[in-house]
Write a protein that binds this ligand. Structure first.
Ligand code: ADP
Ligand code: MG
Length: 665
């Protein structure tokens, strides 16, 4: 069903919905709330000072917008609540202004400042709510209110009848689950808490079952091709190569190379994860792996998540391999067709030993002469796609994954299962920890002073500021404000630039390259700077509103600096009482930090900057729902083994999943 068939949904809103990945009616119906609130309405007249209240009001004046400090806005308006006139203030939601028309009825959630006769709102709903009702809370986007979204969802639910239940019937029966249709309807419009619970358990189990099915299926496929090429290599050749490197390898780097050497010279196919903090020296280990592979006359493909990273890898790796006879090339989408064709041709006849690119490397028109090793940096950690794809090509190369976001061991076992892991915990010699300090919004001037110091020394600075809303609203007020303040402070003697997610790829690349070339001193970014980007000359990173980022993301961001012999600093703008910020200021050890994160808030941001789309759960939370996960893992395994031989003929939806897995490019 098309979105245009839903009553009230016009082309403009359909465009808006795309921002939150709603592209058709299936997406709309399956766009679940992330929270449910039970409404208790208060009477403003009986409310105490500082009390958290929920009140119904009528907007009485057009809101005034105010901007202040580096990164704050406020909206203030008069409102009438139970015949009492009050002021309402809400921070950092400037975009709500257009919806706050005088005369409209709204529900305000917030804290009452009685002496000032003001409610400091934390949220505003553009509708009447009843005490005892349950409010479904959705992630929104600019131009979409929750009232409107609910209306569209409910319109859709009236007509929709394409529910796909990924839980096999016998398991629905076994666990007494409600049907998918009931669950979806209840999650959007629960009558009581019990319904929320019933809907959640079903949808979580379903999500985890499907997820574990994919993982288990991949493992099964892997089992078949366990046997690989046995390499016969003289360790002396490897050591000779290692001696050409410009530095001593660390103990853990050597251990990882030992692991890889054993895998690659055994009959078992290598399936290894190399975990280590940003800058711990994973890349060099992977180069040694590619050299081992080269010694056995096989080709290596190294895949990075983005073109910038691929290009960066190419430049540094070419350099490192210049003393060898290994032939290295880059293949990325932005190259001219002629260049690409040449490289593809060379790959096919075996004139390239190491090809570096994005995952498009494994697309159909790229044919290898004898691919022996695939290295994946930072992305597609589950490798469902690649492996399936490679299998289709009749290739069974060894695989090595690199990740800067380590995951706790118990969890790794569940997810990776048969994947071996090498950890790099020691840091290269001379590498300094990034000094991390927490500063409040009131201390910005001292932060600017520190920045000035770095820039005067010809160093560069990253500034990161999250989008104001946690749901992807593109509100550039903050970054523009930061830029203006910096220009004011530096009296124009600084070159700064803004980078955000909605810029075209070309613009982003240009800004990134200018920064790399030192044409920009301060890079202000709303989105996360590319994982792994290497700006050697950057010595300071300032992260505004740091509390809004997950701990792993903050740690990754911090890794953008400290890549040189200078002392580097990370300034987290936020509260000193914040536990997560504290952990970061105390430690630079990614393994420790992720364990702490897991303890504190579940899988949360464990996967860093959402490197893997496959890990985006709608309702499940890997930490809280560990029990369900383990059950789903066992059940899906059993289900898989029962049905794999008849190609899931009784389960169309799974036949389709299997087909998707095997046909991905
Ligand atoms: P990762 O991929 O783990 O983020 P890299 O492999 O990119 O880290 O290494 C970061 C930097 O440290 C690179 O410039 C690399 O040349 C350097 N490096 C790696 N290993 C060592 C070592 N053992 N001693 C000194 N420098 C090293
Ligand atoms: Mg790296």
């Amino acid at each position: 069903m098309q979105l245009s068939q839903i009553k009230g949904l016009g082309p403009k809103t359909i465009e808006t919905l795309k921002n939150i990945n709603i592209n058709n009616v299936d997406d709309l119906v399956n766009y679940y709330p992330y929270r449910h609130d039970i409404i208790v309405l208060n009477d403003i007249k009986g409310s105490e000072d500082k009390q958290n209240i929920t009140i119904e009001c009528i907007v009485d004046s057009v809101p005034l917008t105010r901007r202040f400090r580096a990164n704050m806005t406020s909206l203030t308006f008069r409102a009438m609540s139970n015949k009492k006139m009050i002021s309402v203030v809400i921070f950092n939601r400037a975009f709500l202004k257009t919806h706050l028309t005088p005369g409209s009825v709204i529900t305000v959630f917030g804290k009452y400042d009685k002496p000032k006769n003001t409610v400091i709102a934390s949220d505003i709903k553009f509708e009447k709510l009843k005490t005892g009702s349950i409010e479904s809370v959705y992630h929104l986007t600019s131009g979409l209110t929750s009232k409107a979204l609910k209306k569209y969802i409910n319109e859709a639910l009236l007509k929709y009848d394409n529910y796909i239940d990924y839980v096999p019937d016998y398991l629905n029966l076994k666990y007494n689950f409600i049907s998918k249709k009931e669950a979806v309807n209840m999650i959007h419009n629960p009558k009581n808490e019990e319904e929320v619970k019933q809907a959640l358990i079903k949808l979580k189990y379903e999500e985890l079952f499907e997820f574990m099915f994919k993982i288990n299926y991949m493992k099964e496929m892997n089992k078949e091709n366990k046997v690989s090429y046995i390499r016969n290599i003289d360790p002396k050749d490897i050591n000779d190569f290692i001696r050409t490197l410009p530095f001593e390898l660390t103990i853990d780097q050597n251990k990882a190379i030992e692991d890889i050497y054993k895998d690659m010279t055994s009959s078992k196919r290598m399936n290894r994860m190399l975990q280590g903090d940003v800058g711990s020296g994973k890349t060099i280990v992977s180069i040694v792996a590619s050299f081992i592979n080269y010694l056995s006359k096989r080709q290596t493909a190294l895949m990075a998540p983005t073109e910038i990273l691929a290009t960066q890898h190419y430049e540094s790796i070419k350099n490192i391999l210049s003393k060898t006879k290994m032939k290295v090339e880059l293949l990325v989408g932005s190259m001219k067709k002629k260049e690409k064709d040449e490289i593809i041709e060379k790959l096919q006849i075996g004139k390239i030993d190491l090809i570096i690119g994005t995952h498009a490397l494994l697309s159909e028109n790229v044919v290898f002469k004898n691919l022996g090793l695939v290295i994946t940096d930072e992305q597609h950690r589950f490798g469902v796609n690649q492996r399936a794809n490679l299998k289709n090509k009749g290739l069974l190369p060894d695989t090595l994954y690199m990740s800067a976001t380590p995951i706790p061991r118990t969890f790794a076992l569940t997810i990776y299962g048969d994947m071996d892991i090498s950890n790099i915990k020691t840091k290269p010699e001379g590498r300094k920890d990034v000094k991390t300090i927490i500063k409040s919004n009131k201390e910005l001037v001292s932060v600017y002073e520190m920045m000035k110091n770095e820039i005067d020394n010809n160093h560069q600075v990253f500034i990161v500021s999250p989008l104001i809303e946690d749901n992807d609203v593109l509100d550039l007020t903050t970054v523009n404000e930061i830029k203006r303040n910096i220009e004011l402070y530096f009296k124009g003697n600084v070159k700064s630039a803004i980078m955000h997610g909605k810029l075209s790829k070309n613009d982003k690349d240009k800004i990134m390259n200018d920064f790399k070339d030192g044409k920009i001193d301060v890079l202000i970014s709303t989105t996360v700077i590319e994982v792994g980007i290497d700006i050697k000359n950057a010595t300071m990173i300032v992260i505004f509103d740091a509390e809004r980022f997950g701990i792993a993301t903050l740690h990754q961001l911090r890794g953008r600096v400290g890549r040189n012999e200078f002392d580097s600093t990370c300034v987290l703008i936020g509260s000193e009482d914040n536990e997560r910020l504290k952990v970061l200021s105390e430690s630079n050890d990614g393994f420790y930090i992720t364990e702490k994160d897991f303890e504190m808030r579940g899988e949360g941001d464990l996967f860093g900057v959402k490197q893997s789309g496959e890990m985006d759960f709608k309702v499940a939370n890997l930490h809280q729902d560990m029990k369900i996960l383990l059950q789903a893992r066992d059940d899906s395994k059993e289900f898989l083994l029962e049905n794999i031989n008849n190609n899931f003929e009784n389960y169309k939806e799974y036949a389709k999943i299997v087909e998707e897995i095997t046909n991905l490019d």
